[in-house]
Write a protein that binds this ligand. Structure first.
Ligand code: KIV
Ligand code: ZN
Length: 391
């Protein structure tokens, strides 16, 4: 793997599916997994096999059919979880077990009623046990975002000694600032003995709206994998949105970090996940929201009609959206009206446009958005209609 390649680890089917009320059946999961493989993700976290017989079956079914991506199953640092995950993954071409344990003071004290040394031992034992089933073992230090760096480095060292290939550093509660999360990665890169044997992975939650920024800061500081979900779905405020981190790296080539993602499939898979889970995507969602390439103010519309790059940093076709939308509202100007009228067959002269525009404003003041049927009506009721159609 080249040192500037960022692995995309998709956890839509595991962390993403933890959204209340969004449970998918095995068939829906297989359909999404196939599309993730076509999208070009490097790893598909297919589920948490020990959590239910249904999840076990979905992971097994996905493991059987995926051709390119690594298929991964989550476990706790518990022998039975690991055995069950290994069983569910046994048909995978490239299986990965993702095991781990909480490492912050509050997890050690309240979740495990344990101490730091015992947690390091459990981390070591879990990875060692997982290695008896598969070569590729990812270790997660849950709540690493609130774990002090020196202790986290010791936990990571133990996981590497036991054979971990990937070290996942989750900001489980979405607490870190980008500068802190980036500094954590840098610290681990510089202080963990044996770090060259594993790659560091970002796993960020969005409780403060910083998941994407934290993941980007993580890779700028040495991580080489990002864990993310389609549309940023996930527990509470969600996870890092796959489409956001991928497009940030693509639109900033000077960072010299790229992914294997076929970005033209981003919009399609966003729709598939949102329809399958019944979760509506907010219209202003970056990259895949309904308004991500829609322009409604007159000044912006005039610019975009003259040259798309005036108000767009991404070509919509690059993410699978056919074209930018010029939305007609009472804030729109003549350029937008002429453009939309032309799209449905009316070529207006400047004087005709002046007249039709007066009609348009009267109409638009009473309606939120003007559609193509409205434009026909506006033109048909204008004083210059006969002149327009006889041209
Ligand atoms: O957020 C988290 O810490 C997780 C781990 C289980 C990887 O999802
Ligand atoms: Zn998570």
């Amino acid at each position: 793997m080249s040192d500037n390649k960022i692995q995309i680890f998709d956890t839509t089917l595991r962390d993403g599916e933890q959204v209340p009320g969004c449970k998918l059946n095995a068939n829906q999961k297989v359909i999404i997994a196939k599309q993730l493989d076509i999208l070009g993700v490097d790893v598909i976290e297919a589920g948490f096999p020990v959590s239910s017989p249904g999840d076990f079956k979905s992971v097994e079914a996905i493991a059987k059919i995926i051709q390119n991506a690594t298929v991964c199953g989550l476990t706790r640092a518990v022998e039975n979880d690991i055995k069950v995950a290994a069983e569910a993954l046994k048909y995978a071409r490239k299986p990965r077990i993702h095991t781990g344990i909480g490492t912050s003071d509050s997890h050690i004290k309240y979740k495990f009623n344990s101490n730091k040394e015992a947690i390091i031992q459990r981390a070591f034992d879990a990875v060692k046990f997982a290695k008896t089933f598969v070569e590729d073992v990812e270790f997660y230090a849950e709540d690493a975002g609130r774990t002090d760096n020196e202790y986290l480095a010791r936990v990571c060292e133990a996981a590497i000694k036991a054979g971990a290939t990937v070290l996942n550093i989750p900001d489980t509660t979405g607490y870190c600032l980008p500068s802190e999360y980036g500094a954590k990665m840098k610290y681990l890169k510089e202080n963990v003995k044996g770090i060259e044997k594993a790659i560091l992975s970002c796993h960020c939650h969005n409780d403060l709206g910083l998941a994407t920024a934290n993941s980007i800061e993580g890779v700028i500081n040495g991580a080489r994998q990002i864990e993310c979900t389609i549309n940023g779905i996930g527990e509470r405020a969600g996870n890092t949105a796959l489409e956001e981190v991928v497009m940030i790296l693509k639109q900033h080539p000077y960072l010299n970090l790229d992914t294997n993602i076929n970005t033209q499939y981003l919009y399609g898979i966003s729709q598939l996940v949102s329809d399958s889970m019944g979760i509506y995507t907010q219209p202003n969602k970056a990259i895949v929201g309904a308004n991500a390439f829609a322009h409604s103010s007159g000044i912006h519309q005039d610019g975009v009609i003259k040259n798309r790059a005036t108000y767009e940093i991404i070509d919509p076709k690059d993410v699978g959206v056919t074209e930018s939308a010029i939305v007609l509202t009472a804030r729109s100007g003549r350029a937008a009206l002429a453009y939309r009228a032309k799209n449905i067959g009316y070529e207006l002269t400047k004087l005709q446009l002046d007249d039709v525009y007066i009609n348009f404003l009267n109409f638009a003041d009473h309606k939120k958005e003007i559609n193509d049927d409205d434009i026909h009506q506006i033109i048909e009721t204008s004083k210059v209609y006969n002149e327009i159609i006889s041209a």
